[in-house]
Ligand binder design. Structure first.
Ligand code: 13P
Length: 250
């Protein structure tokens, strides 16, 4: 089963509209002949600007989060309806910064996953262990729990709109990348969990991205691994000089 690579940039809480417009336009120009699937996920305030630039190109528009309710009295939250209105196609959910800095738990993330799927979005569900969990030998336990609970109630049909991003928390923004072998071991394990939940075909199809200090000089080695199907890139996605070589790794 061949899976297409999916290279995504999570811009996190960076950039103003003019900076975002510049970066998005450069990416459109430089990735138009790219062979993989691409996505950029800017902050909410940048979505309208970036949407106008990537619309109709081979770069998808992603949001970094959404509210767990459709609409209503939820001060400070952003709804799936508002994201759809801006042309957002994909929502990143369960990012480690949401889990650990903003205390989002598996149940809340699962509620958001189901709401986003109901509204036709693709979801990138992020999972990954903390350093102390790795040191305590709990990598599989944590990744299995986050996968199983994140996908609770998600039908086999809806799984086609799920991408999983394995992002070991200790590798995010630290410059410490998981070795390709360590990452591959977790990806293979997560695929086994999907097989148990949804069967062999679904497991063979699902895209599992790696995230955590992906850089131009380590992308190709990571992508060479059988179960690594793409990257979710933070810091290196903020500049074309670093994101384009990752996105076009060979
Ligand atoms: P870095 O690439 O900056 O380590 O961030 C990874 C990440 O969190 C992407 O979602």
């Amino acid at each position: 089963m061949s899976r297409n690579y999916y290279m995504a940039g999570n811009w996190k809480m960076h950039m103003t509209r003019s900076e975002a417009a510049l970066l998005a336009q450069e990416l459109v120009n430089k990735l138009k002949d790219g062979k993989h699937k691409y996505l950029v996920a800017p902050s909410f305030t940048l979505l309208e600007t970036v949407s106008a630039i990537v619309e109709g190109t081979n770069i998808r528009l992603g949001a970094q989060n959404c509210a767990c309710e459709e609409q209503g009295a939820h001060t400070g939250e952003v709804s799936v309806l508002q994201l759809k209105d801006l042309g957002v196609q994909t929502i990143i959910l369960g990012h480690s910064e949401r889990r650990h800095l903003y205390k989002e738990d598996d149940a809340l993330i699962n509620k958001k996953v189901k709401l986003a799927l109901k509204h036709g979005f693709e979801v990138i569900l992020c999972i990954g262990e903390l350093l102390e969990e790795r040191e305590a030998g709990k990598v599989e336990e944590v990744c299995e729990r986050q996968t199983v609970k994140g996908l609770e109630g998600v039908s086999a049909g809806d799984l086609a709109n799920i991408v999983i991003a394995y992002e070991p928390v200790w590798a995010i923004g630290t410059g410490k990348t998981a070795t390709p072998d360590d990452a591959e071991a977790v990806h293979a394990f997560v695929r086994k969990v999907i097989k148990r939940l949804y069967g062999e075909e679904a497991a063979a199809k699902i895209i599992i991205q790696y995230g955590g200090s992906v850089k131009p000089d380590n992308a190709a080695q990571l992508m060479a691994k059988e179960n690594i199907d793409g990257a979710l890139v933070g810091g290196a996605s903020l500049k074309t000089d670093t994101f384009v070589p990752i996105a076009k790794f060979s």
